[in-house]
Design a protein around this ligand. Structure first.
Ligand code: NOJ
Ligand code: CA
Length: 551
């Protein structure tokens, strides 16, 4: 397998782009996105500079949780295409030097999965022990309902076999039992299958829940579930060519760190949920300090690992790591209406509408995404500033079809929009106002800005590989950080406020510092850099003399 645009540790300066095949591009005119359509659109991603596509679940599914409820881990949802279409897509991506990873959702299956159907037939079924059963929900079992609008508990009674089964998520998503070695072998086989077809790894869904065995009588069979995650990683390292595990671990930093592995490596990348939430608190306040403080306390991942940073994803913008008062501040700023909020912990919105469509502010946020340490992960449509459609249910509000062109089908499909998997966004953020075609050749568009950021980020290895220090900028609204590697340094500054900000950064080598995003130089004398930033302004500066006088 030859992947040209990638190298050793490719994930550390990757540009990951998450998309759902179903909503990206319809290739056969039936109103549903598919692999053929996606393959035709790869050059958009290539031009953007994407180096890794993350496919949301594309497996056969009754689709009661947008594909996160799977009935065949080895299959392809027939609405989206065939294995042949997947292979053509993988080959086309590889030709552009783009790697592909996909969701691995093995905490649970759909209740329509043949394994579960068989498991619930009788207590003696061969598959009975593939799921977690109990006569009574155990008192010391797992806690916390994730979708409180639909579920009251984590256990559902199965009348026929008179036992309860565990489901961390919806009741139609029974949890697999990883204390059963057959289940563990099967999960490895699934990973082996897709790696063999050309995937470069997986985004692992709900990692802490997948590993959880508390309260299970047979937990003794797997005393430390982390051993299992380390085994999966070792398996992938043997089978894949530099394949990765990108984990969904929404926990405070000290707990999240455990999933990088201690004695043996586990996850390669882990989403930075606390950092993301601190950023929104800072945006709501026009104050960079919450993010600066969070970055200062954020532990360093193991040498070859990295945090994965993001602005938005396909779920609600969760604010569960903020205090109640902080969460209310973010709600007041970005979700003033009840309908914009979800489960009392998050927002079902995309960034640009939350920021009132203020382009300089939106651009500053994406500059942060690429400048700060961590592998940036984009959610489709972010590159053009798509908005949400609140008429869609719950999290589906942010999963509307990709907007390629103005017009009724937005270039997504020629079919009647009524047949689309979700309604298009409307109004100010709908396809007539926000689309790829009109931003492509507009130098001031968000798309052009993000292309520039990606290009500079890829050219500036200090940002991805460097030692990082959050600096004192002398202004509460400004986040400043320095990333240095081999004596070269880059300093970035971001103004969170809608007013001008004067900042002064001390302790830098004298000389000329070049602006990497714009024309213009800044002189550092007496070790001090003084900058006046416009409202929501941002700069990336590289020291000219840094090679000669290491920082
Ligand atoms: C996390 C995914 O991000 C979410 O979309 C899904 O509903 C749950 N896991 C259940 O698989
Ligand atoms: Ca289709």
């Amino acid at each position: 397998m030859k992947i040209s645009r990638t190298a050793d540790l490719w994930w550390k300066n990757a540009v990951v782009y998450c998309l759902d095949v179903e909503t990206f591009q319809d290739g056969n005119g039936d109103g549903i996105g598919d692999f053929r359509g996606l393959t035709q659109r790869i050059d958009h991603l290539d031009r953007l500079g994407v180096t890794c596509i993350w496919l949301m679940p594309f497996y056969p599914t009754p689709d009661r949780d947008d594909g996160y409820d799977i009935t065949d881990f080895y299959g392809v949802d027939p609405r989206l295409g065939t294995h042949g279409d997947v292979v053509e897509f993988l080959r086309t991506a590889r030709d552009r030097g783009i790697r592909v990873i996909a969701d691995l959702v093995v905490n649970h299956t759909s209740d329509q999965h043949p394994w579960f159907k068989e498991a619930r037939r009788s207590r003696n079924s061969k598959y009975r022990d593939w799921y977690v059963w109990a006569d009574k929900p155990p008192k010391d079992g797992p806690k916390g309902v994730i979708f409180p609008d639909k579920e009251k508990g984590l256990w559902t009674y199965d009348r026929k076999t008179r036992q309860y089964y565990l489901h961390r998520f919806y009741r139609h998503q029974p949890d697999l039992n990883i204390t059963n070695p057959e289940v563990r072998d099967e999960i490895a086989r699934i990973m082996g299958f897709w790696t063999e077809l050309g995937l470069s790894g997986f985004r692992v869904d709900a990692v802490p829940f997948m590993l959880e065995t508390t309260g299970q009588a047979d937990a003794v069979k797997l005393p430390d579930p982390h051993d299992y995650l380390a085994d999966l990683r070792a398996f992938l390292d043997r089978r894949g060519e530099q394949a990765i595990l990108l984990g969904e671990v929404n926990l405070p930093y000290p707990d999240a760190m455990e999933f990088f592995g201690d004695e043996a490596p586990e996850l390669t990348l882990s989403f930075d949920f606390p950092g993301m939430q601190a950023m929104y608190l800072g945006l709501a306040r026009g104050d960079a300090r919450p993010l600066a403080a969070t970055l200062r306390e954020r532990p360093l991942p193991p040498k070859d690992g990295h945090w994965a940073t993001f602005v938005r994803n396909h779920d609600e913008l969760t604010l569960d790591k903020l205090s109640e008062a902080e969460k209310q501040e973010v709600f007041a700023a970005f979700g003033p209406e009840e309908d914009m909020r979800l489960y009392d912990r998050g927002l079902r919105r995309r960034l640009p509408p939350m920021l009132g469509g203020d382009l300089p502010r939106v651009k500053m946020v994406y500059s942060l995404l690429f400048a700060l340490p961590g592998t940036p992960v984009l959610f489709y449509g972010e590159e053009i500033g798509m908005g949400e459609n609140l008429a869609e249910e719950a999290r589906a509000a942010v999963r509307t079809p990709m907007q390629w062109r103005p017009g009724p089908g937005a270039g997504f499909s020629t079919a009647d929009p009524k047949t689309f998997p979700a309604r298009l966004a409307e109004g100010e953020f709908g396809p007539d106002r926000v689309n790829v075609a009109s931003q492509r050749n507009d130098a001031d568009s968000l798309l052009s800005w993000i292309r520039l950021l990606v290009e500079r980020y890829r050219e500036t290895p200090e940002l991805a590989f460097g030692d990082v220090e959050v600096l004192d900028a002398g202004a509460d609204a400004v986040l400043a950080h320095r990333a240095s590697v081999d004596g070269r340094a880059v300093v970035t500054v971001h103004n969170f406020a809608g007013t001008e900000a004067d900042c002064t950064i001390a302790g830098l080598p004298d000389g000329v510092w070049h602006d990497l995003l714009d024309d213009g130089d800044t002189e550092v004398t007496g070790g001090e850099m003084t900058l006046r930033l416009p409202p929501y302004g941002c700069r990336w500066l590289r020291s000219d003399g840094a090679r000669r006088s290491p920082v």
